[in-house]
Design a protein around this ligand. Structure first.
Ligand code: PAF
Length: 299
C-alpha cells in the first residue's frame, strides 16, 4: 500500500511510525520545505521510552496519483490551503482521511473536491508531542477512530490495511457521536488548560468543576438539537478519564499559545458558538473561551 501523510506534526509522525512495516509510507513535500532542508530521519521515542530512528521518505504532489491512501493530519485551519494545493493531483478513487481536532473542516473543503472522492474522518485520543524538528515522543496510549464523510467504506483495501496496522484503530458506522464526544473533550480541556496555563491533569481540581460543567452543558445542548444524544454523566466521566489518562500532557491549545501560534479555537469552542448562532441561540461560556484565547494568540 502506498500511503501519503500530509502534515509531519505529532499526529502525522505517530501515524508514520505506526504504519511502518508492511507499507510504503511518505510525507508530502511542502512548497517551502526544500529551501528549509529536509530531515532525513525521524527519532521516535515510544511509550516504553525506547528511541527508534526511522528513515524519512517524501513525495511531491506530482506523485500523488500513485497513492492508495492519503491522510491529512493538520491543524484544522490548515486544511483549506493544503487541499487547494493538492486537489488537481488527487487520484479520484483514493481515500482521503482528515485527521484534526474540532469540527467544520469537511464542510470547508468539500467544495474543493470531487463529489465522488472517498473522504473519511479520523479521530484520535493518542497523546504525542514534537520535541524538535525531527524528534517525536508518544506520551499517551489512546485510540484511533475512523468513520465516513462520503463514499468511504471499511471494506476498501486501504481502509482494511489502516484498521489492521494502526494500534487500537476502530471503524465507527456512527462516527458523529464520537466526533461530538471528542469535540466536547476539546471544548473543555483545550481552552481551560491554555487560559490557566496548566497541564491537563490539573483540571481534576475542584476549582475547575463549574467551568467544566457549563462548557459541557452548552455542547450537549447543541448536540441534542442535532439529534446527537450525549448523556451528561457519561460525557463528564469521559472528559475526566481523558484528563486522567493525559494528566502529564500539555494540551495542543496550550502548546499553541505558549509557542505563539494560531490555535484551533474557531473549530472547537468557536464551532459551538456558530452552531448556537445557527439556531438563534448563544453559547456564552464557549464564546468567552473564544474571546480569551483570541486575546492570547497572535493576531
Ligand atoms: O488537543 C489535545 O491536546 C488533545 O486532543 C487532548 C485529548 C485534549 C489531550 O491533550
Amino acid at each position: 500500500m502506498n500511503i501519503v501523510i500530509i502534515g509531519a506534526g505529532a499526529m502525522g509522525s505517530l501515524l508514520y511510525q505506526q504504519l511502518q512495516g508492511n507499507h510504503q509510507v511518505s510525507f508530502l513535500l511542502k512548497p517551502d520545505s526544500i529551501q528549509q532542508g529536509l530531515p532525513k530521519s525521524l527519532s521516535f521515542i515510544g511509550l516504553d521510552k525506547q528511541t527508534q530512528r526511522l528513515p524519512l521518505h517524501y513525495v511531491s504532489k506530482q506523485q500523488l496519483p500513485d497513492a492508495d491512501l492519503i491522510i491529512c493530519a493538520l491543524k484544522a485551519y490548515q486544511f483549506k490551503d493544503a487541499i487547494a494545493y493538492i486537489a488537481e493531483y488527487l487520484p479520484p478513487r483514493c481515500p482521503l482521511i482528515l485527521q484534526h481536532n474540532g469540527m467544520g473542516v469537511y464542510q470547508q473543503i468539500r467544495p474543493l473536491l470531487d463529489s465522488q472522492q472517498p473522504i473519511g474522518v479520523m479521530l484520535s485520543t493518542q497523546a504525542a508531542r514534537r520535541l524538535n524538528r525531527n524528534q517525536i515522543q508518544h506520551t499517551g496510549q489512546g485510540q484511533w477512530q475512523l468513520g465516513n464523510y462520503q463514499n468511504l467504506h471499511p471494506d476498501l483495501a486501504s481502509i482494511k490495511a489502516l484498521l489492521s496496522q494502526l494500534q487500537d484503530c476502530q471503524w465507527y458506522d456512527e462516527i458523529r457521536t464520537m466526533q461530538w464526544t471528542k469535540l466536547a473533550i476539546n471544548c473543555v480541556i483545550n481552552p481551560l488548560t491554555a487560559i490557566h496555563d496548566v497541564l491537563n491533569g490539573e483540571l481534576s481540581q475542584d476549582k475547575y468543576n463549574s467551568d467544566v460543567e457549563v462548557l459541557l452543558q452548552e455542547v450537549i445542548g447543541q448536540a441534542e438539537l442535532r439529534q446527537i444524544p450525549l448523556q451528561s454523566k457519561t460525557l463528564r466521566d469521559v472528559v475526566y478519564q481523558v484528563v486522567e489518562n493525559t494528566a502529564e500532557n500539555s494540551s495542543s491549545m496550550r502548546e499553541d499559545i505558549r509557542g505563539q501560534r494560531l490555535s484551533e479555537i474557531d473549530y472547537i469552542n468557536g464551532y459551538i458558538v456558530k452552531c448556537a448562532q445557527q439556531m438563534g441561540m448563544s453559547a456564552p461560556h464557549n464564546e468567552q473561551c473564544v474571546t480569551r484565547i483570541k486575546r492570547l494568540q497572535p493576531h
